[in-house]
Write a protein that binds this ligand. Structure first.
Ligand SMILES: [Cu+2]
Length: 491
């Protein structure tokens, strides 16, 4: 079966899956999976209120000569609410003999980070960084991995408690998956939480080319607190793609110029759309090469509710607005999206919200470029001194001629006609009252009158004793003649 299984056969949760699920209810404990271990019992009930009941020392439940017998498979929408994968999708599955069967295909993909930048990357099932595997605690999963690359690989299940031979470290726990081969992984999910998967052979190259993904395991017996209205899955990564080239440079150690969420840079990152008052969970994973990312949300505070798939007791959860997601880590954050608006959610490392930055330039802030551009233009026809005003680099970058296949420092046009000078590791959480559908971008937020920061009027300055008359440099003392400070011009 392993060599004959076709991609088409595996696509879609079709009638076979439904039939399989129905069958599995009666045959769940007669599954032939090659093991004769004890029946799986959820070792913990998801309960964020749990505090002192957790033992000091706990087994990881990994390994052993035999695996545990699984519990019946659960279908999306029945036993769990599927996660939302902006710019991505969950991998389809079939149910065969009570096990969930996935087919992961490692392959080269012409990937668009944005409308302006495409590159030949590696990924899974036609997606880069954004193929998610989703399952339920206690299920048996059988994951066929077909290697359509021209080099060997292997897939590691990151954060999993499983038999050692299923751990996926090429050469250590299994032979390589050679080019053209299909290898079968099979194990029982002995835990729940936000986990990941990635190549564990020549990782620097293969993970740098995009062979990473999220693996979400829902709890078998969730308490009401587990149920949220929006459950987002975001994978963070970083790339070195020199301007004008079309392959990631996986030798780069520090100077990454493309920072992505689910394989996309802002403004191509799909917004996180929420209703006012929704309970929201964001699952963050970082499988980039080097950088840890402090992910920051605006207008809200969250609690960090799980680290590396393990939930944190309520009494130990940190209230934060920025959570550091280190390389190889996952973090769950939860909050109520109770404030309508367009709220930035982004990495707080300032260079990580700029696309395609070149870092080999001299510091030009405050430098007068008079004559410099003209002198250099015969040598470099497209030369333009940049960064000397310390602002608007994104807009300037759009006006400049730039090399083929690059997004430069491009950001996005905003609702006020001004430029949003951020790209890269940046997205927008759009919270709306009376939202009709999560599937449609509701557009820019329409602020209630009087709630937008606008240029101060003379009357306001006078009232509050803000005296501009003594300032001599770079101050526009004229306020607009007829601004009524009543919201912006609309969109
Ligand atoms: Cu960052």
């Amino acid at each position: 079966m392993s060599s004959k299984i076709s991609r088409r056969q595996m696509l879609g949760i079709g009638a076979a899956a439904i039939a399989g699920a129905a069958l599995s209810k009666t045959h769940a404990h007669a599954i032939n999976h090659g093991g004769s271990g004890p029946d799986y019992k959820p070792f913990r009930v998801y309960d964020p209120r749990r505090g002192g009941d957790r033992p000091y020392w706990e087994k990881s439940y990994s390994g052993g000569p035999v695996d545990v017998n699984p519990l019946p498979p659960v279908l999306p929408g029945r036993g769990y609410k599927p996660v939302v994968v902006p710019n991505g999708a969950a991998l389809p599955f079939k149910i065969v003999d009570g096990a969930k069967v996935f087919h992961l295909i490692a392959e080269e993909i012409d990937h668009a980070f944005d409308s302006g930048l495409k590159a030949k990357c590696w990924g899974f099932n036609g997606r880069v960084n954004s193929t998610v595997i989703e399952a339920v605690e206690g299920e048996r999963v059988r994951i066929y991995v077909t290697n359509r690359l021209t080099v060997a690989t292997s897939i590691h299940w990151h954060g999993f408690n499983l038999p050692n031979g299923m751990d996926g470290v090429g050469g250590l726990t299994q032979p390589y998956i050679k080019a053209g081969e299909t290898v079968k992984y099979e194990f029982t999910l002995r835990q729940y939480g936000t986990q990941m998967f990635h190549s564990h052979h020549d990782e620097m190259t293969q993970m740098g080319m995009g062979m990473i993904g999220m693996f979400i395991i829902h709890p078998r017996n969730p308490r009401p607190e587990y149920q949220v209205d929006r459950d987002f899955s975001l994978m963070i990564s970083e790339w070195a793609i020199p301007a004008g080239t079309s392959r990631p440079n996986t030798l780069e150690m520090t100077d990454f110029n493309i920072l992505t969420i689910n394989g996309k840079v802002f403004p191509s990152t799909a917004p996180l759309i929420c209703k006012t008052g929704d309970k929201v969970r964001i699952r963050l994973g970082n499988l980039g090469a080097t950088d840890h990312h402090p992910m920051h949300i605006h207008g809200h505070h969250f609690r960090v509710t799980a680290t590396d798939g393990e939930e944190i007791p309520l009494s130990a959860q940190w209230p934060e607005s920025t959570v550091l997601v280190g390389v190889g880590q996952t973090r769950n954050i939860e909050f109520i999206s109770d404030a309508p608006g367009d709220w930035a959610f982004h990495c707080h490392m300032t260079h990580h919200v700029m696309n395609q930055m070149g870092h080999q330039f001299p510091n030009m802030v405050g430098v007068k470029p008079d004559g410099l551009d003209e002198k250099l233009r015969p040598l470099l026809p497209a030369y333009m001194t940049m960064g000397n005003t310390g602002m608007d680099m994104g807009k300037m970058a759009e006006a400049m001629p730039y090399p083929r296949n690059t997004i430069s420092m491009k950001g996005a046009s905003g609702p006020f006609g001004d430029y949003i000078s951020m790209g890269g590791l940046f997205t927008i959480m759009k919270v709306r009252d009376g939202l009709k559908s999560y599937d449609e971008d509701p557009g820019w937020y329409k602020h209630p009158p009087g709630t937008v920061a606008l240029k101060a009027t003379d009357e306001e300055l006078r009232r509050d004793g803000v005296d501009l008359s003594s300032l001599t440099v770079n101050v526009d003392r004229k306020s607009p003649p007829s601004t009524k400070a009543s919201g912006h011009s609309g969109h």
